[in-house]
Design a protein around this ligand. Sequence first.
Ligand SMILES: [Zn+2]
Ligand SMILES: [Zn+2]
Length: 281
Amino acid sequence: MRLGFHLSIAGSLLRAIKQAEVLGCQALQIFVQNPRAWRWREIPPREIDAFTAARRLAGLGPLVVHLTYLPNLASVDAALYQKSAARLARELALARDLEADYLVCHPGHAPQAPESFARVARALAAAVDKTPPPPLVLLENTAGQGQELGRNQEQLGLIIRLAGVPLGLCLDTSHAFAAGYDLRHPGGVARLLGETAQGSGLESIKIIHLNDSLVPLGSRRDRHTHLGRGTIGLQGFRQLFAHPWLRPEAAIMETPKRHQADEWRNLLTARSLVTTKMLVG
Ligand SMILES: [Zn+2]
Ligand SMILES: [Zn+2]
């Protein structure tokens, strides 16, 4: 399992590659636009070429693009829904130009009704159909805050079935814990993986978002913290990683970024978890 971070592209796309090399990452996740704005920055072909060349040279992979924050693929507001679906297609096309392996997105916010899941599925299918051959789109499980869809594997599996195009999963540990899956105990891990097996299948988990949580089990809030410093704790992560069914390609950390020392420590911690996994099988 390869390890990496979500890193900033503020300034230029190349910045993320340089930072990944400094930290010793194997995998990398980025936004391809400012995550808090609808404004679109056209990326010149020269910058795209420089990025793909530097990424190959650095041996970084998989490269994961995370959809920006404003699109809501489940929105009941027709105008916002159209804008969100178009934005997904546009970011997916750019991710393909950047030779990304995956694009991760959240299902969106809407009442928990069949039509809401169908809207997400339609937006995903349209974007994938528009962009041949696209990076594989991965749906991410959520904490289930407010009207957030995707707090359990049943909902994610339903969206994937309705979409009818190839899709995968990104499993965020802090979101799963906040949504009520107790990763500190074998029963909680077994429930999470068992439901995934029944939903979209275990092989659909390509990427893990490896984050500890600041909030208690089942609190339905999305607050990340450093590995081993939160409510999941190292025991929880060992539990999860020891499970033979879990075989993602990479684990990406989205831990708080205040000091570079935090990144080193998180990476060392993650490496010890992965090593344990290799030893136990
Ligand atoms: Zn996410
Ligand atoms: Zn989160």
